[in-house]
Design a protein around this ligand. Structure first.
Ligand code: G16
Length: 544
């Protein structure tokens, strides 16, 4: 097999963030930028000879160009087999599913998730291991180390491979199987949920549903599963054709960016159930008619109703949530008598718990929920889980949520994001908070006494690794919390995230407005961090 070894110079900015390397497309288009990162990944893996990979992405601009480069580099580095989604498309959960199904050594997923796409948008790349999940920190650190010292990379001299036809091909001695992007994933969903029961629900005149694929990768998956296999009315899936620029949208399924769906769900002709997914299909937003379910509540409600779903009817081993996610799920775990885990932000931290069967369901406030069926969060899986619950309980989304609050109490919760602030200003905010940590415990603010103040460290119970500096937590007597951290997924300046939570079990107050209920904690969060002073920002960019 003919390949070339190309001399290159290291870049210093290839440290993977919360979920792989995310940068502007124009950064990836620099000579050798992508190649360096891919070679650094292969170097971190060690001997690639004879190993196998899954490759696919969310279809955004630069996806196919990157895949051609990665295929040639994989061949030159000795990989023997690669599975690629047709036209280079695989949603992140589908990639995880395929890695596990074909027992691949790992996978390379090309996505910048919910970040805007197109020539001026973002691109991203991450490596997943053989369990189908994002590489743990030990591997991402090794990739970064390699990226700093890289001197050359290997690439095949062969021509590009056509990615549009399903079937087997060969590139420099490496077998490439172009696979249907949708079918393996859709088949897996059928083994988890009660498709007959969901079919009956979707056939009812009294039921209606809208799913917004936001012009991103989930469209073909949602159409196949919801409309073709489950019989939902044609047109249930909107914005279902994936476009390289996501129609210039921002495919982040939240109340701000999923505008079209939100307008319909909060109108007088709202469908009974609404949902959206993000750029690469791993996030989800759940809505009822005129009703929004927070991701934290969604995790708790899925857990409390898991016995209604065939795959989980025999019980859950545990529930894991990321640290900033509300503590609602912990209350369910306590009632079920199962383990509750608190991990740092980043799906990679759930992998060990899932592999060791210490958790069955996982979730994050950032619109991510998933289970042990794969090792990524999974947007459509969450939608099907909700449909399965709605079918089994014959109640509205709002009724299911309020009954949950009646039983467990409500963790009022909000996240305030300050996007694209200059890095230095964001660091000042975090440093100012860090400086206060030793003196906060025992102090009282507006009648709330601080019971702990720290920068979260996670001790992984399976491999004993320690991840520190994972976000500043200020906890109050009674369970109220303020959490601050800087996002690890942005590509422009820094994004400061402030997470605010307060528990309420007074039944008369359960339906109160979130922002009003949390108003004094929000004010305290702003003043403790001196957000206005350091950043000049008086209001958040996004509130979820
Ligand atoms: C990624 C990670 C998630 C994380 C989210 C937000 O999601 O996989 O675990 O919660 O980013 O991270 P941050 O708060 O650091 O921006 P995705 O959907 O962007 O791949």
């Amino acid at each position: 097999m003919a390949h070339t070894t190309v001399t290159t110079t290291a870049f210093t900015d290839q440290k993977p963030g919360t979920s792989g390397l995310r940068k502007k497309v124009t950064v990836f288009q620099q000579a050798n930028y992508l190649e360096n990162f891919v070679q650094a990944t292969f170097n971190a893996i060690g001997d690639c000879v004879g190993k196998s990979l899954v490759i696919g992405g969310d279809g955004r601009f630069y996806n196919q160009t990157a895949i051609q480069i990665i295929l040639k580099m994989a061949a030159a580095n000795g990989f023997s087999q690669v599975w690629v989604g047709q036209n280079g498309i695989l949603s992140t959960p589908a990639a995880s599913c395929v890695i596990r199904k074909y027992q691949a050594f790992g996978g390379i997923i090309l996505s910048a998730s919910h970040n805007p796409a197109g020539q001026d948008g973002d691109f991203g790349i991450k490596f997943n291991t053989s369990n189908g999940g994002p590489a743990p920190e030990s591997i991402t650190e090794a990739i970064f180390e390699n990226s700093l010292t890289i001197k050359d990379y290997k690439i095949s001299n062969d021509a590009d491979i056509a990615l549009d036809e399903i079937g087997s091909k060969e590139l420099s001695g490496m077998t490439i199987d172009i696979i249907d992007s949708v079918s393996d994933y859709a088949d897996l969903m059928e083994t988890i949920f009660d498709f007959n029961q969901i079919q009956d629900l979707l056939a009812k005149d009294s039921f209606s549903m809208r799913f917004d694929a936001m012009h991103a990768v989930t469209g073909p998956y949602a159409k196949e599963i919801l409309e073709n296999r489950l019989g939902a009315e044609k047109g249930t899936v909107i914005n279902g054709i994936p476009l390289p620029d996501f129609a210039k949208g921002h495919p982040d399924p939240n109340l701000t960016y999923a505008e079209e769906l939100v307008a319909e769900m909060f109108s007088d002709h709202a469908p009974v159930f609404g949902a959206a997914s993000d750029g690469d299909g791993d996030r989800n937003m759940i809505l009822g008619a005129n009703f929004f379910v927070t991701p934290s509540d969604s995790l708790a409600i899925l857990a409390a109703n898991a016995d209604l779903v065939p795959a989980y009817k025999d019980g859950l081993s545990g529930i894991a949530r990321s640290m900033p996610t509300s503590q609602a799920a912990d209350r369910v775990a306590e009632k079920l008598g199962i383990e509750a885990h608190e991990t740092p932000t980043g799906w990679k931290f759930f992998g060990n718990l899932l592999d060791a069967d210490r958790a069955t369901l996982c979730g994050e406030e950032s619109f991510g929920t998933g289970s042990n069926h794969i090792r990524e969060k999974d947007g459509l899986w969450a939608v099907l889980f909700w449909l399965n619950i709605l079918a089994a309980r014959s109640q509205s989304v709002a009724d299911i949520v309020s009954q949950h609050w009646q039983t467990f109490g409500r963790n009022f919760y909000t996240r305030h994001d300050y996007e694209a602030i200059p890095n230095a200003e964001a660091e000042q905010v975090m440093q100012h908070l860090e400086d206060q940590l030793p003196t906060l415990t025992g102090k009282t603010f507006n009648g709330r006494t601080v019971s702990y103040a720290d920068n979260f460290s996670y001790h992984d119970p399976i491999d004993n690794s320690v991840s520190s500096q994972q976000g500043i937590r200020i906890g109050f007597d009674g369970g109220d919390r303020i959490v601050y951290r800087l996002s690890g997924t942005g590509t422009e300046g820094a994004t400061l995230r402030v997470y605010i939570e307060s528990y309420e079990d007074d039944k008369a107050k359960l339906l109160d407005d979130t922002q009003q209920t949390l108003a004094d904690l929000i004010e305290l969060a702003d003043s403790l961090a001196k957000i206005v002073d350091f950043t000049g920002r008086t209001t958040p960019t996004v509130i979820t």
